[in-house]
Design a protein around this ligand. Sequence first.
Ligand code: ZN
Length: 256
Amino acid sequence: MKLARSIVIFATLPLVATLGGLLMIVFADETQWGYDGDQGPQRWSALAPEYLLCGEGKAQSPIDIRDAVDVDLVAIEFHYGETANKIFNNGHTIQVDVDPGSHIVYNGITYDLLQFHFHAPSEHTIDGEAAALEIHFVHKDRNSASLAVVGILLSEGDGENESYAAVFDHLPADVGDPAPLGEPIDLDTLLPEAQGYYTYQGSLTTPPCSEVVRWLLLDKPLELSTEQIAAFTAIYEANARPVQPLGERDLLRASP
Ligand SMILES: [Zn+2]
């Protein structure tokens, strides 16, 4: 009898542990965070234990770009192709998930492009100045958990940016799942021609603020029309984390 009971307890323990794990995952997934008030950036680290780095990390992003050290650095090799426009509103930004195949090679490492998304105003600032929007192309190292994020500032210019029309004509106001919409996108056309860039080692700019990102911020902004910018800010007026201290990190600039 006693023996049987202890077997039952032993058999139940892993199940309890598994359920606990599942509950943790569900809980983490449902932790609400945002850009103002009680759920704003100053409070992220208090919202969930796994968001601790957002408050205590020493290599956080974004940063203010100033006093970058000019050095000879390798170019970012872009190998971008066509993708279905799988655009969606994830509750924090408008994101486009891309088809497999597009990637960059940087310092001999191949990083696959996963998705791109937008922030308003820009998260990185240059000498304290923010641009209207910032786009983040998020890439993952094929052989590790490291990410490389290519950031581009988007400022207001004359006329519609036709390369971005496929995206900005379909911005979904309502939160939903990725679904192919409209014409495919030629990802190559989303990039500027000049590719000088700033680089530093940093983090995700959203919870859990993991410090796994090689930032590659292109040094020339792209231009969008007033209407294109307004189409985004009508949905997300302010989804930018404030700049974080550079601390002991190197901030380098590579000119083309
Ligand atoms: Zn981002």
